[in-house]
Design a protein around this ligand. Sequence first.
Ligand SMILES: CC(C)(COP(=O)(O)OP(=O)(O)OC[C@H]1O[C@@H](n2cnc3c(N)ncnc32)[C@H](O)[C@@H]1OP(=O)(O)O)[C@@H](O)C(=O)NCCC(=O)NCCS
Length: 185
Amino acid sequence: MKISSKRLSFRFFTHEDFPLFYSVFSNETVMRYAWIDKISSEESAYTFFEGFINTGEEVNKDGSYAFAVFSKEGDGFIGFADIQIHSRNNSGGCGEIGYFLLPEYWGKGFATEIANALIEFGFTRLGLHKLSARCNSNNLKSEGIMKKAGMTLEGELRKVRFKNGSWDGEKNYGILLEEWKVANH
Ligand SMILES: CC(C)(COP(=O)(O)OP(=O)(O)OC[C@H]1O[C@@H](n2cnc3c(N)ncnc32)[C@H](O)[C@@H]1OP(=O)(O)O)[C@@H](O)C(=O)NCCC(=O)NCCS
């Protein structure tokens, strides 16, 4: 499956994409605030990677739709984006979006473009009724994306992520289908 936004194209990962995936999840700068630590061996990363390969319309083994994201200008791989699906049924479902960009592509508004594209995908193509995102409370860049994507702060969990030598908080943001429709029509 492919999706597209103004400057970016998104497609599912294939087995051949392991080097792209590894370049993101083994990067110390990228993983500074992530929920997992950086991956430091290709062997341990491969099984993790395989969970993110989608082959059809259904979720992958990780329970998500995961995309390799490319810049339309020059076709460069810029990073990883996904929607994790929870509680889906005939009347809706919840999705959690995530994005991890290679540092050379930060500061160009790409993550906000990705967040908006994932939200649109979740609401219009997957039929979800709510999308959320969460971040380490110290990850101000990530929190900024959630705000720019029209999400509302729903709560902050205290001291739930051990990162960089301390227990950090986690901020949870969300947007409902009806809110997104009002903002986008
Ligand atoms: C957090 C992360 C995704 C942010 O990516 P990003 O693309 O730099 O984020 P944004 O979309 O907010 O863009 C950043 C800036 O580019 C600017 N920008 C430059 N050119 C732009 C353009 N043409 N269009 C829009 N914005 C542009 C924006 O103004 C924005 O500035 P602001 O922060 O003052 O609003 C990135 O740093 C990252 O991958 N970090 C590591 C992984 C991570 O923490 N992921 C989140 C886990 S919860």
